[in-house]
Write a protein that binds this ligand. Sequence first.
Ligand code: NOJ
Length: 575
Amino acid sequence: MLQTSLTEMSPSVDEDVPSFVNTATAVVDAVNPSSDDPDWWRSAVIYQIYIRSFADGDGDGTGDIAGVRSRLGYLRDLGVDAIWFTPWYASPLADGGYDVSDYRAIHPAFGDLEQAEALIRDALALGIRTIIDVVPNHISDQHPWFQEALAAGPGSPERERFWFRDGLGPNGDEMPNHWISNFQGDTWTRTTNPDGSAGQWYLHLFTPEQPDLNWNHPGVRAEHEDVLRFWFDRGVAGVRIDSAALLVKDAALPELSENPGPGEHPNTDRDELHEIYRSWRGVADSYPGTRMLVGEIWLPDIERFAKYLRRDELHTAFNFDFMARPWDAEKLRESIDATLAAHAPVNAPSTWVLSNHDVTRPVTRYGRDDSSFAFASKRFGTPVDLELGERRARAAALLTAALPGALYIYQGDELGLPEVEDLPLDQLQDPMHFRSNGVDPGRDGCRVPLPWSGSAPGLGFGPEGAAAPWLPQPASWQKLAVEEQEADQSSMLRLYREALRIRTASPELHGPEFAWIASPDGVLSFSRGDRFVSVTNLSSAPIDLPDHAKILISSAGLVSGRLPPDSSAWLQTQQ
Ligand code: NOJ
């Protein structure tokens, strides 16, 4: 038995999920996702759903809204406050849906608008809010705006919504600049004119199928605010903003200098962004309750990062610094300190994230010699000790759930799924893999469909007779399936459920109180309020626990009363 929980497990409820059929207007009237607690987002547990891979309701091998609706009871039993959907809109899926061709339509493989509205209501009826993903930096090259721009030609108002430029050199065949894509490779693609001659170039920080929008254009701004309203009207409680620090470009499109000063980078973290988010906050605040904005902001400068979290801007942003750190007590402590210090002056809660649909799963990452995360260093064939990784991922689950602020859980981490590192090459789909010329394994390995039942075909991802899941699941996942883990008291799933149950029931875990407790090297101990202490042992030897009245939960069994390496425990310090 890996887990020792000294409290009773919460019973798993399995009632039918109510379903509603609504029109949008009915939703607007009935759904006010934030009326009861305006501060819900400050310490919420938010579960990320990569919809393609969560659950397949219609049996076509791809996850969908029907699948999510059928599993809402699972999410309630897990104890989450909100679900965040990666893009579910109409899209050619050139980048897993981060290439949106219509924000007001659901991708037909995932369902339709009516189902999305019903899902938002069903979830809310169980106390679960819905957060959607908005991708303002770029749209799909199949979006009508881009198609119109191609057709309208150079100098047209339609091209003003994007970054079209003539090429350099006598024949215009040199790119306008040499910015490097976040997906490696060039950021410019040359168009072809209707008569077949070579045309202008357009900018794309990601793939050529994702042309960047020009945020100096008032129509681009107005459209996105309208998209926010469209979804707030349908009862969503929050918006995750993709690539939130990239929208604004220096219109001169200069080459990147070696060491740009703060705010001087030509396409990242430009000061003009703040005004955009103030305006978005105005839209969010015009709705009842709190509609939360969370930014995807990768910035090494934590003070610049915190500026986005000022009172009239975004509510929160993902804390990738913590996520990218190795399993090392000093490095994690340093990140926790820097995070809390940077958030305090703007009175924003921090977020704690162990992974998402872009990064290597924690069980795999923490089982490697170098357990830090960086996109640039992902390689096939990196040796891994999955048992060690699982022990650490369990400990990390308790560590992060005990820290002050909001907690994000990526689907499948609560099952301890490892990264799938041996997907057949001909089934890989991620452009990061292809744009690296096959050197980077890409992100498919953390996007493999979830296992629900070890004994069913496709591990229960779809209904009986369903097509095979869109990416193959490893046979070793049978034992990691939800059904199997529900029956096993020591499973990762039971650990997560119990930890979230304790978190929800403990008022001290919802406020900002946090204090380090002196502890030996390699150990992270801190208190939250007067009665709660979390201890994580990252050292190589068992440790004594600080004085306590009761052990609430631990990620591994104690050894002669001591907490073994790579494990965490939560303590109640007074009766
Ligand atoms: C960040 C998203 O999380 C990632 O999946 C996507 O590829 C890029 N932004 C581009 O939209």
